[in-house]
Design a binder for this molecule. Structure first.
Ligand code: FE2
Ligand code: FE2
Length: 273
């Protein structure tokens, strides 16, 4: 089974590269399931229902988020009626929407996707480890789920690595989001779970985390905000991780990073050839 996970969509360059490239990739490489983090898709802050639909139309099966899930207020409403939109599962009880859901991939596999947020250098939330244990126990690999993917939205690589080792052998993929920078540590852990600390972003990398450089640089130099953050407007990179999943076990057989377009080194998974 072929799965693609793409990092945070940031602004128009991220939306454009998803709309322009994803349909062809799904088609050409017969992708069974596509997950995209969309938390910065609307001008860098949150996502609208219209963008959710555009991303789904481009070939995504699920849109995950993180700390920016509800930056666009309308998400409080559509989160309830859009089962393919996930916000962190460990948000407080009563938060609209859901943090985990079971989907059917194009090959017929049942895929559990869980979106969770870390707590190190982030907001104080419910324990993400307990939340993951609960979600995976409710829908175990090899029983109710044929594949399980965790989007661990967090700042600290330590927290993401710890979560991956804690879940090793129980899920197909643990991938980090939020830092917008792809890490070079993609691998399959001893128990068979694929892992990458951060998938990167779909956006313009000639920027500071997808935002125009000038204002963040000024704030670091002077500590005086003198404008708003707005997404950079150059060519975006489609950036993420591809996983080949063993249909018999739900564990990873191969994992490789992907980057297409923009200023990053171009990378296509070798097993897609
Ligand atoms: Fe983000
Ligand atoms: Fe984030």
């Amino acid at each position: 089974m072929r799965l693609l996970f793409l990092g945070d969509i940031v602004g128009r360059p991220g939306r454009a590269v998803v709309a322009n490239l994803l349909p062809g990739l799904v088609d050409r490489h017969r992708l069974d399931f596509v997950i995209i983090n969309g938390e910065n898709a609307a001008g860098g802050f949150g996502i609208t229902e219209e963008i959710v639909q555009d991303v789904l139309d481009a070939g995504a099966d699920v849109i995950t988020t993180g700390n920016h899930a509800f930056d666009q207020r309308e998400a409080l409403v559509f989160a309830e009626r859009q089962p393919r939109f996930l916000r962190p599962v460990n948000f407080p009880a009563g938060t609209p929407g859901r943090g985990a859901n079971l989907f059917v991939a194009r090959n017929g596999a049942r895929v559990l996707v869980v979106n969770v947020m870390g707590r190190v250098f982030m907001d104080a939330l419910d324990d993400p480890f307990a939340a993951l244990d609960r979600e995976v126990a409710a829908c175990p690999l090899g029983e109710q789920a044929d594949a399980i993917v965790i989007d661990f939205h967090a700042e600290a690589t330590s927290e993401k690595q710890a979560a991956a080792h804690h879940l090793d052998g129980r899920v197909s993929l643990v991938v980090g989001t939020h830092t917008h920078v792809p890490t070079a540590d993609h691998r399959i852990l001893p128990g068979g779970t694929a892992y990458q600390s951060d998938a990167g972003m779909c956006g313009d990398y000639d920027s500071v985390l997808g935002m125009e450089k000038e204002e963040p640089v000024r704030r670091f130099l002077t500590k005086i905000p003198s404008g708003r953050f707005s997404p950079a407007s150059g060519e975006g990179t489609l950036c993420g991780i591809a996983v080949e999943i063993d249909e018999a076990t739900g564990l990873a057989k191969a994992v490789a990073p992907l980057a297409i377009g923009g200023v990053l080194e171009q990378r296509l998974p070798p097993f897609w050839a």
